[in-house]
Design a protein around this ligand. Sequence first.
Ligand SMILES: Cc1cc2nc3c(=O)[nH]c(=O)nc-3n(C[C@H](O)[C@H](O)[C@H](O)COP(=O)(O)OP(=O)(O)OC[C@H]3O[C@@H](n4cnc5c(N)ncnc54)[C@H](O)[C@@H]3O)c2cc1C
Length: 380
Amino acid sequence: MPIRRTKRGGERTALAGDYDVIVCGASFAGLAVARELSGAGRVLLLDRYEIGERQTSACAAPTTWLEALRLGESVRQTFDKLVMHTPHSTVRFPLPFTFSTFDYPQLCALLDDQNDAAFETAKVEGRGAVSDGSIEVLTDRGSVAAPLVVDALGWRRILGSNGFQPPDAPLSRGLEVHPHGSSGELEIWIDRSLVPAGYGWSFPARDEVRVGVGSFDPRFHVKEPTVDLADRLRRDAVRYQGNWIPHRLRPATEAGVFFAGDSAGHCLPLTAEGIRTAFYFGIALGRELRQVLDGRATRETALGRYAAFSDSHERKFRWMLRAQRAVPRIPPRILALASRGMATRAFTHWSFGHYLKVAPPGFVTDSGDRRPAPEAALAA
Ligand SMILES: Cc1cc2nc3c(=O)[nH]c(=O)nc-3n(C[C@H](O)[C@H](O)[C@H](O)COP(=O)(O)OP(=O)(O)OC[C@H]3O[C@@H](n4cnc5c(N)ncnc54)[C@H](O)[C@@H]3O)c2cc1C
């Protein structure tokens, strides 16, 4: 069990006040937004846990993204190959860029060092009244208000209006265990005996291995397959962590509120890679909000431009969702043949190169002032 550092009892004083920006959720997306707002105004970051207290993923991301964000110190292990197992094949894909696993608390601390926002632990419960253009955020410690409010709270999208409940919503589900141990390979399993639609993974992180299963079908329970995969790999099924994972884009703005990361469905279908995209859209949003704080744009302009930026990725997300639906239908022997055929340097460089471009690491530093308008990336 993680050690709970969230303030309790008398330490949980009432929360009130007005800010320029309130960022709800202090994980990948929320911290990326706050980073872009450094020095720009009165920013409040809210999370129900202390920053980095609750790991929300297997924590594997392209190394270039971690380096671009100056998070390299948190890297635990780096991989230049992806090993894919199917029932009839094991194929090693040479990657054109490396993936690294990282330490979640350390990464969050490093990213948090890059903002000067105030931080409070509070459970965000909903959106309150709007007065003079300021939006009230209701929490279990009282209410705070700001004209610019960000929901980076994950798939529940608490500041949005329409209910989005599993298993009917477009959500995948993922569960993993974190046994101590080591391995040199980043591995995935596409195997219907494990999960009918989805995949299993083993992501080593120096002295622990993150072993889990994700199902694209929210009705399929992943506890048993996760234990099964851990057994197959002779790993202990200990230290569980899991969550729902969105696999469809949702509106990036609603009723004056901005959404980034899982709350806007920014996690990529098929691979369920959502850290890089949470950084990417979080940075894009932070840059828009900064323009408002600097007096170079109105909130309405920022709402329109950020929504358009997110929407402009719809086609790529739709294609990945199509692939997510198609891969489980491929007969295992054909999948084995196809994966062998695809394991060439030329193919992986082409396909993974396109995949990286959905949210390229150059977005972090693509301008001298490190905070360009998002359309600069669209034009690239
Ligand atoms: C088992 C599993 C493994 C995964 N592995 C990977 C991986 O290896 N690589 C990858 O790229 N993606 C992975 N993903 C997907 C990835 O975890 C998400 O896409 C990513 O975490 C989204 O970031 P986020 O900042 O939008 O949301 P989150 O990381 O979910 O953060 C939301 C934050 O909001 C806070 N919060 C939530 N509700 C409230 C509330 N009511 N009040 C206050 N605070 C609240 C939470 O405490 C949290 O800090 C995995 C997902 C799962 C489930």
